[in-house]
Design a protein around this ligand. Sequence first.
Ligand SMILES: Nc1ncnc2c1ncn2[C@@H]1O[C@H](COP(=O)(O)OP(=O)(O)OP(=O)(O)O)[C@@H](O)[C@H]1O
Length: 263
Amino acid sequence: MNAMNHQSGPLLSAQKLTKTFGGITAVKDISFDLMPGEILGLIGPNGAGKTTCFNLITGFYVPSAGSVSYRGRDVTGQKPHAIAQQGIVRSFQKTNVLKSLSVFENILAGHYLEGRQSLLSTFFPGSKVRRTEAALRDSAADIVHTMGLSRRMDAPAYLLSCGELRLLEVGVALAAKPSVLMLDEPAAGLNSQEALAFGETLRKLRGTRAESILLVEHNMALVMGVSDRLVVMNFGQKLAEGRPADILANRDVVEAYLGKAHA
Ligand SMILES: Nc1ncnc2c1ncn2[C@@H]1O[C@H](COP(=O)(O)OP(=O)(O)OP(=O)(O)O)[C@@H](O)[C@H]1O
């Protein structure tokens, strides 16, 4: 994990973020804070703008208006690699796993942000490079263990079950040493039992492998169970914000998900 945050303010702050694509406003005036040590769920119906928010925060999109700050510094419009190097690391809805590589090799490859070395030193490795490589391999093995994949360490990723694959995807993100771990639908395709176990793993990562977690997830049992707070989006805007119990009791939220008849 990157240097711990000693400030009392938010670790990450989105302020009045807006993104338009031609005539479509995907995100409008969205503001929320991610506090140190917090798991924050970002939820909303399909097309609400959640992934666009992720893309704005991580530099894949430049906002049409608004700003993003990290540890009190404005990072709006910075390139994705610059954002990631500061400790804001994301997973994608599409897998970041290379199927022909083993579990260990995938996580080792995920260390590229940290373990960069010159081409010259790769061909003529001195003791420093060898030490770095040994440390990266230790770290990769450690992450395999943390994610509960030790038994599958050397298995090629294509042999993994859906649940194991989801764990590996998070493991690859952990290799980049996140302070803010941003997960986009990390439990997609899991059954309810697997999702429950996945939630337990996420809880263990907070404060050990990542300072805070921002989670987009459609599995309500998981996101309600694991999040300290939730931000609910609908049609690109913030509909509600609060603790899971308050969000579950919010009529606007129920209506957004289930329609007026259920609210
Ligand atoms: N690159 C783009 N160009 C045009 N429209 C886009 C683009 N990206 C997103 N949109 C539109 O913005 C809106 C929000 O999309 P977004 O993917 O952020 O929603 P979401 O909440 O993540 O949805 P889901 O839960 O289905 O993943 C949608 O109407 C989508 O079609």
